[in-house]
Design a protein around this ligand. Sequence first.
Ligand code: KIV
Ligand code: NA
Length: 266
Amino acid sequence: VKRVRTVHLQRAKAAGEKFSMLTSYDVLTAGIFDRAGVDVLLVGDSLGNTVLGHDSTLPVTLDDMAVFAAAVVRGAQRPLVVVDLPFGSYEESPTQAVHSAAHIMKRTGAHAVKLEGGEALAEHVAAVVRAGIPVMGHVGFTPQSEHALGGFRIQGRGEAAEQLLRDARAVQAAGCFAVVLEMVSADAAAAVESALDIPTVGIGAGNVTTGQVLVWQDMLGLRAGTMPRFVKQYAQLAEVAGDAVSAYVADVRSGAFPAEEHSYRG
Ligand code: KIV
Ligand code: NA
């Protein structure tokens, strides 16, 4: 199989085609999503919430990211694998950003990194790109800045559309091969997609972006609680797993499991 590369995502935009991105944090889901045709796997720092049980992405470390990213790379043949730089690993200086990005590339075999921030972080993006590491940008709602942004709020509405566009242009100029637009007005996202040469990847950004991304536990119904409006649930895995495990518990209690076919003799 031929590996998806950053150039293929740029060609998709030029050809008016779409691509799909989905988070993955382990070897099994990487294989399942690969075989299902997902183009880009994102080892998101959302693993802080979905895997590690934190209530934000802020506690996630570079070493956490490296462990999960290496597993995803081992499970993915075709998808491009993009790894988030976590909070505190790239904001200090362009040098720190290069150091962290290189660490991820060396330790995991991933193909690109993603970092949050627009104009203010453009120099950091440029330094990583100069080091030969492809960078995906991330603007709009940036979860690592949730406290500065005043919580989960839709970005790019009204006058803020101008700043969103400046941020997206800045990361494109800094060399990003694509940029995530998270939780922004669909109108603002459409304006960014058409103003940029690079593809945008939406999550809660309407359907005009070249790519779409979701967190896998959300779209497969593995996570409890109310989902944001932008999540479409394609399955209810928590229910399927819960019912199956209840049946196991009942079988163990009743002695129905293990049956003769699960037992060794002689
Ligand atoms: O960490 C993550 O899963 C992300 C996506 C939601 C874009 O950054
Ligand atoms: Na992220």
